[in-house]
Design a protein around this ligand. Structure first.
Ligand code: SF4
Length: 330
């Protein structure tokens, strides 16, 4: 009990058995079928740290981000933000809490209104939520812009006048202007050139150091999350297959899927030979996933038990858990 309380205090976010299912019609049988976009996922994030959530496109990582913030309604499970279950609270209370939990979207081109100058884009919600007194509004927005590497004279300029990297700075400024404590970053650099990607990641890390933000950083690219994350979660077809401290996951990847993802990360030394593991086939349909382990149709280590029994996420070493029968005791 003591330990549970301590965890709750350390962790700003605790997600327990989260499910997000979308109904689809199955015409031939008349029965209901569901896309299990997020299927029984649990995770926790300590205050002031970053969890990197990785997986191929379609694995449910974006859905989990949106469901945590209740941009999509929760099908089942708990989302405890500072001990408050976001899945259960009334919409009015959720709206009041919104400034504390922000999201930075992938596409800096479509996530900014083309009709508003950037001062207004950044400041609109600041005014709505009365983040600062009216008299300090302009000064505050200029300070946020400066913190995010945007010059004050850009205040009246429009998004189309900026490059992709600057637009992402505007998106970040819009999020941090609300003085959040938790920010979900959904592929925030994948639409940018590699040189710009590192600038944006460095900006996010600087802001975290200065203001103590907690990030859930969603990406399909392990090399990007390696730089910014303290802990890593690897998702496959709506399930968490491996999670743990970044150093443990990178130095000792255990799940065959994590090994395949890591083998594709480019190395800067041309003398190092890459032993890339090529995954066969596509991700199976989330409406009708394989029995047992969902990864078994693409796994080179598949055994008989893998089609019969669903592997459960278990702690293998302190701070490192994996869901795979290769590490089961029986
Ligand atoms: Fe491969 Fe079996 Fe482990 Fe799934 S449970 S990843 S199929 S070895």
């Amino acid at each position: 009990m003591e330990n549970d309380k301590k965890d709750m205090n350390d962790n700003i976010l605790v997600v327990n058995n989260l499910k997000k299912y979308y109904p689809v019609s199955r015409l031939s049988f008349g029965t209901k079928a569901f896309v299990k976009a997020v299927d029984d996922v649990s995770l926790s994030i300590k205050r002031g740290t970053t969890m990197g959530l990785v997986g191929e496109s379609g694995c449910g990582k974006t859905t989990i981000g949106r469901t945590i913030l209740r941009l999509h309604e929760v099908t089942g499970g708990q989302v405890l933000f500072d001990g408050i279950d976001l899945a259960k609270i009334p919409t009015r209370k959720l709206r009041k809490m919104r400034p504390q939990m922000q999201m930075i979207f992938q596409d800096p081109y479509s996530s900014l209104s083309p009709r508003l100058p950037i001062g207004e884009i950044i400041g609109e919600a600041v005014r709505d939520h009365k983040i600062v007194p009216k008299s300090e509004y302009r000064q505050y927005i200029v300070k946020v812009m400066k913190d995010c590497g945007l010059q004050p004279q850009y205040f009246y300029r429009y998004p189309h006048e900026f490059s992709g990297g600057q637009r992402q700075r505007i998106s970040i400024a819009r999020a941090v202007a609300l003085k959040p404590r938790f920010i979900i970053c959904d592929e925030p650099v994948s639409a940018l050139d590699v040189s710009i990607q590192s600038q944006i990641i460095n900006l996010m890390m600087d802001l975290q150091e200065q203001f103590g933000y907690t990030y859930l950083f969603i990406s399909h690219d392990l090399s990007v999350v390696e730089h910014i994350s303290d802990t890593i979660g690897v998702m496959y077809l709506g399930s968490m297959v491996e999670t743990g401290d970044k150093k443990l996951v990178f130095s000792n990847p255990m799940h065959p899927y994590t090994k395949a993802l890591l083998s594709a990360v480019p190395v800067s030394d041309p003398d190092i030979k890459m032993n890339r593991i090529i995954l066969k086939g596509d991700i199976p349909s989330p409406v009708n996933p394989p029995s047992g382990c969902k990864f078994r149709t693409r796994c080179q280590s598949c055994m008989k038990i893998c089609s019969e029994k669903v592997p459960v996420l278990k702690e293998y070493e302190k701070g490192h858990s994996v869901a795979c029968h290769l590490y089961s005791e029986n």
